[in-house]
Design a protein around this ligand. Sequence first.
Ligand code: SAH
Length: 509
Amino acid sequence: MPKSPAKSPGICYLVGAGPGDPGLLTIKGKECIEAADVLVYDYLCNPDLLRHAKAGTQRIYVGKKAGDHTLSQEEINKLIVKLTGEGKVVTRLKGGDPVLFGRGAEEAAELAEAGVRFELVPGITSAIAGPAYAGIPVTHRSHASQLTIFTGHEDPTKDETSLDYAKLAQAEGTKVFLMGVERISEITGALIKHGAKPGTPMALVRWATHGRQQTLVATLGTMAEKVKAAGFKAPAVAVIGDVVTERDAINWFENRPLFGKRVVVTRTRHQAGVLSRKLADLGADVIELPTIRIEEPEDLLGFGELVQDCHKYEWIIFTSPNGVDAFFKMFDKIYNDTRSIGGARIACIGPGTAEKVRARHLAVDLMPEKDFVAEGLVKALKEHQNLENVTILWVKAAETREVIANELTGLGAIVDEAVAYRTVAEKADNLEALARLKNEGADIITFTSSSTVEHFLDLKVELPEGIQIASIGPVTSATLKKHGLPIDIEAKQFTIPGLVAAIEAHCAK
Ligand code: SAH
């Protein structure tokens, strides 16, 4: 009799997701996301982290936002116990560290009582990382050798508070409190009432470590008023003490060139990463709004036959990184030896495409010197050799302009078109981004191809007033112009680094 497969034992990882910057997740935390069958996450977890999950992982949002509980704590406890009991790998992601005001211990106790396996995976807490990203160290040899962290959730004017404000006020060194924006005047008032100096420097850091981080600096005595005047809202971490003055010298995060600029990236989710990362590294608050998605070509079989014959051509031409990916995906299905590509020489439209080819340890024989568009590639080929009767396989998207085929055929070449993929509208994956664009606006929107422009316009989203439009190069710009849109920024080098450089130069003005 066949043995029934062993039921996996089930485990729940209670993981600290860090304060927001996707780089501030531990390696173990990332491994837990990768291993998960189910991800249970909440409001303060950056949803970007979910991209580490394998395909098919179930995602359950149990977000808690003040006053708006999707699930009560009790329901969350029941949910993770149930899922783990069913034998699943459950990764429970909690903002910051799971046991610092995170109720991670309560969830652990429920799991322990139910007799299911669990692990606690610490994370980087906003209580320390938040101030650090505002240029404020929580301890410092000259100012503070002690750190007190408390919750601002409890109302100091009520009797049931378990916090002793008299002792807190007297504590040496730095004080940090979380969840305190709503009660800022009660908290600062209570500290002053019990003897803390009103002139003590104080800062609030909102959405710390995210691109949209905001910092408010005042003193213990003036902060409540400043919060009111600025309409400053949660979530924020508060830090009180002389360490706040260090910010004048080491405010690194907010001094990056694109800090304070909200930039929209319209590429496919899969491709957005490189551009988003470069912009975020320069300090931008990036909204990924995928407008397009890459799909297999209608005639996959026909594409496969051309790929199978690729070694029969004198040249293979690639005009996009997606084309290279699709070509080699098919190639690897047909062949298990890269040498099957034969003696075909390889031409690429620009550096991004060439990089993909080189990643396969294949040399790029030809690329335009600077005009990374179809016309530039045709010119380079024409100057390279007589094209009479030369056989060329052109790997392209269904919707690519016909320039290459038309011009090269005109020069006597024999061109076969291998349609490797299609670009279709992304409809499912952009609701959150659309909401952010509508509610928060944006400073710059980037377009990296004509299809991103056209599919963005199909979404019929109103562009926020004053938004600047950035284009990767002349072909994309022509499409923008065709639709009556202005071009405020255009890359000089028609590549992603070129686009980023143009945005940086524009913002430095
Ligand atoms: N376990 C979390 C804290 C949970 S309590 C941690 O270790 O960070 C929720 C509070 O944390 C919020 O009200 C806010 O005060 C603070 N917080 C969490 N993430 C934050 C962020 N990115 N920026 C500012 N405050 C944050």
